[in-house]
Design a protein around this ligand. Structure first.
Ligand SMILES: [Zn+2]
Length: 293
């Protein structure tokens, strides 16, 4: 699921009640959740499925859209049905703060057609806080439309119970140094993929996977860094692609790579995982042009 599809669901009132927004930077996650909240609470009524393309939500002008802002901005704007919970202790979002937020989910919305709750650093929820939240997700009070957004650098920083109750939306890899190492990996990967797309030799697909493996330190099965490097290289290359369907497939591959450490921990060798991810996402991409005879 990408952000555009998610916004489409929010516009027609079909968004899953609990969503994890992960990846990207803190700023990307905040911007995404603000747009989603405006889509959900905007005064311009929910559109029919057919009218999604022409949808005006969020209108950006109504009394809801204008007041849905991130609370730490220097602005007086405030919306009583858009509630953000930020980390209240040094490294933890406490159970007390979480329960105080969740109490608002017991009352009817003040002004809008529903309520939006945001946990700004969901990776810092204490175990007890996460369980309190889970209870509300499992037994939502009343019939009011309520949406919970859990923001985190990675969905895998959240408890499995919370993940299983939520859909995850990946917003891309976070900020990273654009080292020459990364560019080299992206170029090697791109070259191999392009020749695969021209000639369909499966060896080229394996070479693309090999290019992703070339630069990392893969000895430690617990290391996330080589996977992050590979995902960043794939995204780097994706950004240079004019075809939207190719970009989508590459984005899906990058997301798979970030989730791959789990497979690695099950004892599967890194090159097998890389080859599996690459062929699953890219083998079926359309040919760019036929191979010269
Ligand atoms: Zn609006």
């Amino acid at each position: 699921m990408n952000l555009e599809a998610t916004l489409g669901l929010a516009r027609i009132g079909r968004l899953y009640p609990s969503l994890i927004l992960h990846g990207g930077t803190e700023e990307t996650r905040r911007e995404a959740v603000l747009t989603l909240a405006r889509c959900l609470l905007c005064d311009a009524g929910p559109e029919t499925v057919e009218a999604v393309e022409a949808s005006r939500r969020p209108c950006g002008k109504c009394r809801h859209c204008k007041r849905i802002v991130w609370p730490d901005r220097k602005s007086d704007a405030f919306h009583p049905d858009f509630l953000v919970l930020e980390r209240d202790l040094k490294t933890v979002t406490s159970v007390d703060a979480t329960k105080a937020l969740l109490r608002s989910a017991q009352v009817t919305p003040f002004e809008a057609c529903g309520q939006v709750f945001v946990i700004a650093s969901a990776e810092t929820l204490s175990g007890e806080a996460a369980n309190a939240l889970l209870k509300v997700l499992e037994e939502p009070p009343g019939k009011t439309s309520r949406h919970f957004f859990l923001l985190a650098p990675s969905q895998f920083d959240l408890l499995p119970t919370l993940r299983s109750r939520s859909l995850a939306l990946f917003l891309g890899t976070g900020p990273r140094p654009r080292g020459t190492e990364l560019m080299k990996t992206a170029e090697g990967f791109g070259r191999a993929l392009e020749s695969y797309l021209q000639c369909r030799h499966s060896g080229e697909l394996l070479a693309a996977a090999g290019a992703l493996k070339a630069s990392g330190q893969w000895d430690d099965a617990r290391a996330r860094a080589p996977w992050e490097h590979a995902a960043a290289a794939v995204l780097d290359y994706a950004n240079s692609q004019p075809s939207q369907s190719n970009r989508r497939a590459l984005l899906a591959l990058a997301s798979d790579l970030l989730e791959a450490p789990r497979l690695r921990l099950r004892g599967i060798p890194a090159d097998r995982i890389l080859e599996g991810c690459v062929s699953r996402r890219l083998a079926a991409l359309p040919e760019t042009r036929s191979c010269a005879p």
